[in-house]
Write a protein that binds this ligand. Structure first.
Ligand SMILES: [Zn+2]
Length: 386
């Protein structure tokens, strides 16, 4: 056969010529590769983006698409799970839009998941491919949280790639949330991360590495609890947001050596880090030494870091790209491989894998009921009461 002889000959020569051969034989493939390369001209993929703010207001997805332009190839898509209550007795006619603007509590706003799902579904199939929507509207201190996440997948199949950003310990926020305070040792969180392992949902977790303003020598109990949590969930893919840093929560003493140990630990190889947030960028590019130390770390572990903006409903491209611009001194010291993986490669690898797993879970469970029949227990009475 003519094709067979061509094929066996091509098999023996360099891959570039193989590509050329198939391009000629298959013009569609040529177009596909061209298209893929065109998509790759983007500067970055955004692993951490909030479409809406603490009062569930934000920009439209069409506006965000215009801000992304050709600069941002792909992006995660989530709101904020917490709603700042406008308490008239607390702030009167002043309507707070940020958690620091009022003493009134925050509460979990589960409708955000329906909002994000419907927003995603309003997009064309081509535009949808650029987004990875995330489930956030659950209370991580609630043993029922995993059931909420499951219900969202069953109600909106084909949409979500992961959960988060959700917070356990976050400066000034955790203590403001109404109800039981979240904890890394709560079995409710284990149920959530177990379900992520089962379904393939990627998990973006915000947990400060330390408490604000620790006294010198104060025991960093959060690190211990967090590492134990990660080790209990070896089969869950986790992105630790902001490398654990915050506005006030500064790098723990010798953060780089902590991260070095963490990254070398094979029991923690399922945990990646995002360097999102302008506050994190400030720490990293503060001095030539911090830039060099961070670049060395990322060059050594290029598969473990993701770029993200952590922008919340940005008004324009200028504001949206500020974090990317501020990282230029860091990017300049990365190897070509590490830079590509940080900005795009790791995003594509992790989120593409999550999409495949979650779609498979949804297919396998498509006939599951989203309404569970209440089971009578000693604590829930007969189960059919109003
Ligand atoms: Zn965030």
């Amino acid at each position: 056969m003519k094709f067979t002889s061509h094929f066996s000959r091509v098999n023996m020569i360099a891959s570039g010529i193989v590509f050329l051969f198939f391009s000629i034989v298959n013009p569609n493939l040529n177009a596909q590769v061209k298209k893929k390369n065109a998509a790759d001209t983007a500067l970055f993929f955004d692993s951490h983006f909030h479409l809406t703010n603490y009062v569930q207001e934000g920009i439209s997805i069409q506006k965000f698409l215009s801000i992304m332009g050709t600069t941002t190839g792909r992006s995660t898509l989530f709101g904020i799970p917490l709603q700042q209550q406008w308490s008239y007795s607390n702030t009167g006619d002043f309507a707070p839009t940020y958690y620091l603007a009022s003493d009134a509590p925050l509460y979990y706003y589960s409708f955000t998941d329906a909002y994000i799902a419907m927003t995603y579904r309003s997009l064309s199939a081509n535009d949808q491919k650029r987004f990875d929507p995330m489930i956030t509207g659950f209370n991580p201190a609630d043993m029922y949280a995993a059931d909420h996440i499951k219900r969202v997948l069953l109600l909106f199949p084909g949409v979500f790639s992961g959960i988060g950003e959700f917070s356990i310990h976050k400066e000034f926020v955790s203590s403001k949330v109404a109800g039981e305070v979240a904890s890394l040792t709560n079995p409710a969180l284990d149920r959530i991360l177990d379900f992520c392992a089962e379904s393939g949902l990627l998990s973006i977790l915000h947990n400060d590495i330390d408490m604000p303003f620790p006294k010198s020598g104060q025991y960093p109990y959060l690190i211990k609890q967090l590492v134990e949590l990660f080790r209990r969930h070896k089969n869950t893919k986790i992105i630790w947001a902001h490398c654990g840093l915050g506005r006030i929560v500064h790098p723990v003493e010798d953060q780089i050596s902590f991260l070095n140990k963490f990254l070398a630990d094979s029991t923690l190889s399922h945990v990646c880090f995002d360097i999102s947030w302008s506050e994190v960028a400030k720490y990293i590019v503060r001095t030539p030494e911090t830039i060099k130390a961070t670049a060395t770390l990322i060059n050594k572990y290029p598969d473990r870091f993701l770029f993200g903006t952590d922008e919340v409903a940005p008004p324009d491209a200028e504001k949206y790209q500020a974090v990317y611009r501020s990282y230029q001194p860091l990017f300049a010291q990365l190897s070509a491989e590490a830079k590509y993986k940080l900005l795009k490669g790791n995003y594509a690898r992790l989120f593409d894998a999550a999409r495949v797993s979650v779609r498979a879970w949804e297919k396998a469970h498509q006939n599951d009921s989203t309404v569970t029949v209440p089971v009578s227990t000693t604590s829930s009475g007969t189960g059919d009461q109003d």
